[in-house]
Ligand binder design. Sequence first.
Ligand SMILES: [Zn+2]
Length: 61
Amino acid sequence: MTTLPGHSTAAHRAHGWCSHCPGRTVEEEVIAWRSEENDRHRLTTHHRVAPRPARGVAQRA
Ligand SMILES: [Zn+2]
């Protein structure tokens, strides 16, 4: 993926857009990052959807 000059590579990789894209604001990008972090935290905290089983202990459905 190529990122346009002046745009955020990380934001484009994570969200597909950044605050420099037309119609986007810095606030929107901040909210997008926060919600992504919240999702990541929720997943790792509650183990509802384990990205990969740790040492084979998460075998029960
Ligand atoms: Zn952009």
